[in-house]
Design a protein around this ligand. Structure first.
Ligand code: G6P
Ligand code: ZN
Length: 581
């Protein structure tokens, strides 16, 4: 079918600044006239002449408005000289799968995709009144770097027209197949394919599926995976049930829904309610037997949460434990790790492992893109963040299902000598063993969501001021007889990328204590309404007799001090956080 290119007049929007993970707004905002068109055109303009003849991927977590956005992007791509658009069946592809596709999928003539529009607002709710998002990833499979997103933003502020194909009707994305068109730049194809095949192939090349299958076949082992109605459900079905023969009963909420079933697709103890209940961590005692292992992923399947029977594994511990066990348990890492990395607010549990294994450790600002540069340079194999992101250099995004397979691999490895029917080494055993070897980093995060933006700014300014009065802070600790160590440093985290030399400033305010404890304050970069303040609290304990204490109990004095120091309630009017993880 033939189409022509038409240029349509448009007026700019002022608010199309992509955040840490793309442009994220309410659906009602995206539905404004030309809102999507402007942003997509600005992205092509920012990429410049090199978009001509490229293949791009377009898909996402299936949230409300995705299907409309896909049809718009197809037509704008065609009019901008893109040669082919690759789409997962029904417009579904997880964020990690998109990254894998950019890096590995090869078209019939040997070409690869050079970029992707990922349609997701990650862990934010979906639906007509909720969030939507568009994120652009580049040829290494990772999120666009700030230089590109800044360029896109500046173009959105002055854009006056966009190009769109006239003559392409809505493409049926519910069936696999190729739709061919001809336009002013030559042939243009829309290729719809199975959303799971590339990703499953990659996972099979990383993990020992035989060993995991063996674990899952043990009658004494059971697990539960909660997709929170996000896109991970289709990968869970394929990998856990079809490839690894798990009991389908192990999967909950694995049918993707446009509104995530009305829930909040964020895998944490507050929002993954059903999983938390089944794993015996809820208010009610579950009626069914509690599984040995539980996991959840967020809307676009890049985040994960790992649980044991009545046991929560903090994301900071999770990455440290994966790093400590990777070489023996995961074939992909059998020749050793190149280095490890964590974001600044993530606990130092990984640092202790890195030291013991003589690995280089990188501390980067919050945001997965910072890991990408290290991985491209061959300096980092495994990385993770406190915000439930864990991953490796197999792709350039964090990867929820990968993290679950990593834990299943560790469980399989630790249980390889245990006879069938014998007492299994559990998630809890693995974590406790890790703490007794490396010490424990008690850790908690308090989130104050949707705080007034002005109040949040004042709070941060107050904290910056405090950095120059450490002696006052220490007198305050003494006077109030607070059971915490002395503060020895207060600063704002700044990072110089070792590869491109770029400097990222104002990445969070830190108070560092003599005993290694840390308090970190940071405004969230991913919210879509008001401001969210995050307070991260960490304390190291190497005495094996003290590592078993409940974390909120162990951290209570530091929490009390943090709230006093920051005057958080006075600034924000909030007596307690909205979410504690
Ligand atoms: C996204 C990014 C993560 C980052 C997180 C932080 O999920 O991909 O790399 O850690 O946002 O979110 P925040 O709301 O704390 O800025
Ligand atoms: Zn996500």
């Amino acid at each position: 079918m033939a189409f022509i290119r038409t240029s349509k007049r448009s007026t700019p929007y002022e608010d199309q600044k992509p955040g840490t993970s793309g442009l994220r707004k309410k659906v009602t905002v995206f539905k404004q006239p030309c809102y999507v068109e402007n942003f997509v055109q600005a992205t092509f303009d920012a990429l410049g002449e090199k978009v001509k003849g490229l293949i791009i991927v377009v898909s996402g977590d299936g949230r409300y408005f995705s299907k409309d956005a896909i049809q718009i992007i197809i037509k704008i791509a065609a009019a901008n000289g893109i040669k082919e658009v690759w789409i997962g069946q029904n417009g579904l592809l997880s964020t990690p799968a998109v990254s894998a596709i950019i890096r590995n999928r090869v078209g019939p003539h040997g070409e690869k995709a050079r970029g992707a529009f990922i349609l997701t607002a990650s862990h934010n709710p979906g639906g007509p009144q909720e969030d939507f998002g568009i994120k652009y990833n580049t040829e290494n499979g990772g999120p666009a770097l700030e230089s590109l997103t800044e360029k896109i933003f500046s173009i959105t502020k002055t854009i006056t027209k966009y190009h769109i194909a006239d003559g392409i009707n809505d493409v049926d994305i519910s069936k696999c197949g190729t739709h061919s068109f001809t336009g002013p730049d030559g042939p243009f194809n829309v290729v719809v394919f199975d959303a799971t095949e590339d990703y499953v192939k990659l996972m099979k090349s990383i993990f020992d599926f035989g060993a995991i299958k063996n674990l899952l076949s043990r009658p004494e082992f059971s697990f539960c995976f909660d997709a929170l109605h996000g896109v991970s459900g289709i990968y869970a079905q394929k990998i856990f049930v079809e490839e690894l023969s798990a009991n389908p009963h192990f999967l909950v909420n694995c049918v993707p829904k446009e509104d995530f079933g009305g829930g909040h697709p964020d895998p944490n103890l507050t929002y993954a309610k059903e999983l938390v209940h089944r794993m015996g961590l809820g208010k009610m005692v579950p009626t069914e037997k509690i599984p040995e292992f539980g996991a959840a992923a967020d809307g676009d399947a890049d985040r994960n949460m790992i649980l044991g029977n009545r046991f929560f594994v903090t994301p900071s511990d999770s990455v440290a434990i994966i790093a400590a066990n990777a070489v023996g348990a995961i074939p992909y890492f059998k020749t050793g790790l190149k280095g490890v990395a964590r974001s600044m607010p993530t606990s130092a549990a990984l640092d202790v492992v890195a030291k013991a294994l003589k690995l280089k450790l990188f501390e980067v600002p919050t945001g997965w893109k910072f890991f990408g540069n290290l991985m491209d340079a061959g300096m980092c194999s495994i990385c993770g963040e406190e915000s439930f992101g864990t991953g490796s250099d197999h792709i350039r995004e964090k990867d929820g299902i990968w993290a679950v397979l990593a834990w299943l691999s560790i469980l399989a490895h630790k249980n390889r000598g245990v006879p069938r029917g014998g007492k299994l080494v559990t998630v809890q055993d693995i974590v406790r063993q890790h703490w007794s070897t490396f010490g424990r980093h008690f850790y908690t995060r308090y989130d104050y969501e949707n705080v007034d933006a002005g109040a949040a700014r004042n709070l941060m300014a107050h904290l910056v001021n405090l950095q120059s009065s450490l002696s006052d802070i220490n007198s305050m600790i003494k006077e109030a007889k607070l059971n915490v160590a002395r503060v020895i440093r207060g600063d704002e985290f700044e990072y110089k990328d070792p590869i491109d030399g770029s400097v990222s400033k104002h990445q969070g305010i830190r108070f560092l204590f003599e005993d290694g404890s840390r308090l970190v304050f940071r405004p969230s970069g991913t919210g879509s309404e008001g401001a969210t303040i995050r307070l991260y609290i960490e304390q190291y304990q190497s005495d094996p007799s003290k590592i078993g204490v409940e974390s909120q109990v162990a951290l209570a004095p530091l929490v009390e001090f943090a709230l006093k120091l920051s005057k958080l309630e006075a600034f924000t009017g909030r007596a307690s956080p909205t979410v504690i993880t």
